[in-house]
Design a protein around this ligand. Structure first.
Ligand code: SAH
Length: 223
């Protein structure tokens, strides 16, 4: 057994996470599995939950926000069907973990975070880890990123009351969008744009922190 909290220990934990939580539950896309084997999740969580970095659940990242359960990250990534040349938009950078998984799979990722300290920390973390293909923005991601649109894939990692209209507009023809919709009971909705028509279908029940629309949070408690 490797020494607890050594890099070898975390590496071993990560491979077990992929085998037991992700592949065992039916994620089959080899590229997604490889990305999940690669990204060091323990570098995305606060020290006080470091030992739980590869556990089967979400974890707190401060500012009342969470890093999603590994299986959900893999599920959302697989369903997006990311191809190497896709332009991908993420709304809700959070820790930057999902963003790193996306950046393993495609050439260009755009990620927006509303809570400024999380945006700063994630940008720093991903740069330190060597990711050079991610563009970061601090702001309200429900408005999308019009200057960088259209996007082949859009992923929202906070729960919305409805699919924000700007995101539908900024989705490319043939593109896919995945977003949790609902308040207490949420459904992960998959949206597709074909011949200019946007249609959604339900996938699985999920639980995400809410998408906050129309304001830019700078400090805890500031509305
Ligand atoms: N993808 C993240 C998990 C994010 S939790 C990860 O891998 O760690 C959801 C995040 O969405 C939180 O950080 C929250 O601050 C952010 N958020 C909520 N509403 C938002 C909005 N309108 N625009 C951008 N980010 C938002």
């Amino acid at each position: 057994m490797n020494e607890p909290q050594s890099e070898a220990f975390f590496e071993e934990q990560r491979q077990l996470m992929v085998d037991e939580q992700i592949a065992a539950r039916g994620i089959r896309d080899e590229r997604v599995l490889a990305a999940m084997r690669q990204v060091p999740r323990h570098r995305f969580v606060p020290d006080f939950v470091l030992e739980q970095a590869y556990d089967d659940g979400p974890l707190p990242i401060g500012w009342d926000q969470t890093i999603s359960q590994p299986y959900i990250v893999a599920y959302m990534t697989e369903i997006l069907n990311i191809r190497a040349g896709d332009r991908v938009l993420e709304v809700g950078t959070g820790s930057g973990y999902q963003c790193a998984v996306l950046a393993e799979l495609t050439a260009e990722v755009f990620s927006i975070e509303m809570v400024e300290p999380l945006y700063i920390a994630a940008r720093e973390r991903l740069r330190t880890l060597g990711y050079r293909n991610i563009h970061f923005r601090h702001g309200d991601g429900s408005r999308g990123w019009p200057e960088a649109a259209p996007f082949d894939k859009i992923i929202v990692t906070a729960a919305a009351g409805h699919v924000p209209a700007p995101l539908i507009e900024q989705l490319a023809e043939g593109g896919r969008l995945i977003v949790p919709v609902g308040q207490f009971s949420q459904t992960l909705m998959l949206g597709e744009k074909q011949h200019g028509i946007f249609q959604t279908s339900e996938t699985i029940p999920v639980r995400f922190v809410p998408l906050v629309e129309g304001k830019e949070k700078k400090q805890r408690g500031q509305d």
